[in-house]
Ligand binder design. Sequence first.
Ligand SMILES: Cc1cc2nc3c(=O)[nH]c(=O)nc-3n(C[C@H](O)[C@H](O)[C@H](O)COP(=O)(O)OP(=O)(O)OC[C@H]3O[C@@H](n4cnc5c(N)ncnc54)[C@H](O)[C@@H]3O)c2cc1C
Length: 324
Amino acid sequence: MIFVIAEHKDGKLRPITSELLVFAQRVGRDFGQPITAVVLAANTAGLVEELKTRKIDRIMTLEHTELGEYNPDSYAHILKSIFEKEKPFLVLVGHTTQGMDFAPRLTVALRRPLIAGCVEYEKQGDRLILTRQIFNAKMNMKTSARGEPPYFATASPGAFPGDEVESGGNPEIVAPVVEPGASRRKIVERLEAQKGQADLTSAPIIVSGGRGLKQKENFHLVFELAEAIGGSVGASRPVVDAEWLPREYQIGSSGQTVAPRLYIAVGISGAIQHLVGMQTSRCIVAINKDAEAPIFKIAHYGIVDDLFKIVPALTKICNDLKRV
Ligand SMILES: Cc1cc2nc3c(=O)[nH]c(=O)nc-3n(C[C@H](O)[C@H](O)[C@H](O)COP(=O)(O)OP(=O)(O)OC[C@H]3O[C@@H](n4cnc5c(N)ncnc54)[C@H](O)[C@@H]3O)c2cc1C
C-alpha cells in the first residue's frame, strides 16, 4: 500500500496533495500497489469530498479535536501508530514547510530513513529508486533505501503535475480512532501574511521581476503584466534587498520555492539561487536582453530583447485579447 499524507489548509487540499497523488498513482501502477490518502484534521468531511473523486483505493480519516491546528508532534505520534499496524510499501509527504516539519520526526520515531526532496523515481527490478536534488539542485542523486519497506519520501513541489491526477475512483473510507498523544507545543496564534501578498507557492501564474528593471519605479511593468495575464508577482533577491518589494515576494534558495504552470522571468539573469526556487515551473518564459543569460538554459521560451519594450507590448496584447 502507498500512503499519501494529504496536506490541507483552511478546509481545502493544497496543490501538493494532487502532486503526491500523481506520484503515488505512477508508482502504484509500476509496483502493483494500491493507494491510501490519509487526512488528519478536526473535521475531515470536506476534504474527503475533494479526495473521493480521485482514483485511489482508500481514504483514511484521522479525526480529533486537537487536530484543528497542524501540530508536528500529533502528526508524528498518530502516523507512527498507524504505520506500525498498516505496514506500508511507501509513504509520500510533501517537501513543504509542513511536510519537512513532521516527516523527519515520524521517520526517526519509526527508525526508518527518509528520502527527502524527490523529483522522480524509477523501477529497477523490484527496487524503487528515487531521484532527489542536491547541492541547491545543481545535481541529481539516485537513492534507494536499504532493506524492506516501508520507504518514506518527500516530493518537491512542482516535481509531479498535479493536474494529471487520475480521477474516477470509488475509495473505501476508514476512520480509525486516534489519540494525538502529548504535545510539547501549543499553537498560540496563527498569523496570516498580509492580504494582497499572494501565496506564491500555490500561484498558477507568476510574473517575476529582477534587477534588469533598474529601479523601483519601473516595477509597475511587472504588476501590470501580472494583472493582465491573471498572475501573481514575484521577484529576485536584489529587488527585495533594495526594498523595491517586501521579502514575501522573493523567490529562490533564501525565498519561496514555487512551481506555477507559467513563470515569466523579467530581467532576471538566472543565478542558481534563483533557479532552485522556480526551475520546476511547468513553462518558463524569460525576457532578457543578454542572450547568454543563464536563465535561457532552463527557459522553454526566450525573448532576447529590451524588457522595457517587450513587457508593455505583452501587457497590451493580453489586455486587448480580454476585450475581444
Ligand atoms: C546565500 C545566497 C542566497 C541567495 N538567495 C537568493 C534567492 O533566494 N533568490 C534570488 O533571486 N537570488 C538569491 N541570491 C542572489 C543571486 O546569487 C543573484 O545575485 C540574484 O538572483 C540576481 O538577481 P537578478 O537576476 O535580478 O539580477 P542580475 O543578476 O543583476 O540580472 C539582471 C538581468 O537583467 C538583464 N537586463 C538588464 N537590463 C535589461 C533590459 N533592459 N531588458 C532585458 N533584460 C535586462 C541582464 O541582462 C541580467 O541578466 C542569493 C545569493 C546568495 C549568496
